[in-house]
Write a protein that binds this ligand. Sequence first.
Ligand SMILES: C[S@@+](CC[C@H](N)C(=O)[O-])C[C@H]1O[C@@H](n2cnc3c(N)ncnc32)[C@H](O)[C@@H]1O
Length: 292
Amino acid sequence: MSTESSLRVSATKFNSESKSDAESLSKVSFLFVGQKESNEYAVTRHSYSEEVFQIISNYCRESIQDLNLAVDVGCGPGNSTVGFTKHFKQVIGVDISETQIALAPNNIPNCQFKVGSATNLDFLQAGSVDLVASGLAFNLMPQEETLAEFDRVLRPGGTLAIFGYSIPTATDPKLHGLLQKAFIEDLTVLPKQLAMVYEEYKNLEIPYPGWVRRDGLKVKFMTSMDGLLGAYKVLDRWLGGNKEGGNIEGHRLRQLRENLAAAFPDSYKHSSRGDFETVFNVFILMGHKPKP
Ligand SMILES: C[S@@+](CC[C@H](N)C(=O)[O-])C[C@H]1O[C@@H](n2cnc3c(N)ncnc32)[C@H](O)[C@@H]1O
């Protein structure tokens, strides 16, 4: 299977579980809440390329020329937030997890971070925000309430941008095969929030007329063995391995570790060295809140 042809995952392969939002959310909260989980996430999750922030900011400028306030909801340690500081006078990152917010940078003059929920952004006045952004987090949020709150805080003409990138592929064919096996072939049923990510939010619609979807952009990063295994650890936890947060790996993670160690012994030994070029599909959904 070539790298290019297998970049896109066939959504039909996955049956998403039908659980209520509340049930599913409580199931995933252990992924991003807690010191250990947050530390691991912060070191393994890459940021987005400058191009992604540029595309979103340019789209905002089509409707509003003077960009004041951007709010990134579900910002994690700030990797989806900081790139907006070049384009907006003020940027606020919001996340429900205190431990994620504690890892966000605190030395950027026009950027601040707050603990808060997507469904209750009460520190923001109605109609005060030029951009509400959410990077790979909307799939974890109660969608209707969240969209209502985003709409409340957005000013007329403001932009809602929901974006993300999904699972890693690699330019090295041997590594690519191992990632395909671990991230795709070995999985059958995915929780619905994870299925949304694999499907690159294909069924999601921005509730504003004329909204657009941008696909085809890719981001490339040099990733270490620790980074590859760290990213898979989140998935492994989500799918039930290592649920207690202890040191026992789920069988999928153990298998990937063993396969990587056998295929790339030197990189495994120097596990923090960024040896592997990984490639991700970026997807961006954007719409302007109608002006009266
Ligand atoms: C996969 S991480 C994405 C982090 C970052 N935006 C990125 O693109 O890498 C999802 C984040 O959403 C946060 N989150 C989940 N539900 C939330 C909610 N209802 N309100 C605010 N943040 C939420 C989680 O705590 C987690 O930090």
